[in-house]
Design a protein. Sequence first.
Length: 102
Amino acid sequence: MIAIPDRTAAFAGIRVFVGDGASPTRPLVRHDRSGALVGHTTIRAQLGWCAQERVARMVTTHCGTPIVAGDERALGTRLRRMGREWGVEVRIARDGEELVLR
């Protein structure tokens, strides 16, 4: 995911954003053969989207190497700190986890 067309409309009424966890701070974006941008935006950018659209919670999934092969505990702390900067509660999803919204 690189961008969300008409993000304000897409975020209208949501309470939790489930985002792309491929990369915390380094964009993984490139041009494909047709010249279109493809890849993954950063968790930091997605936190910005949430803040701008007043979505207070984010769960990151589709986790990339920094989360899967790194120190998940340390990265979780780092993500929560980034989330606080944006006023968004963020956490990393786990395999098999169910999220119940009421």
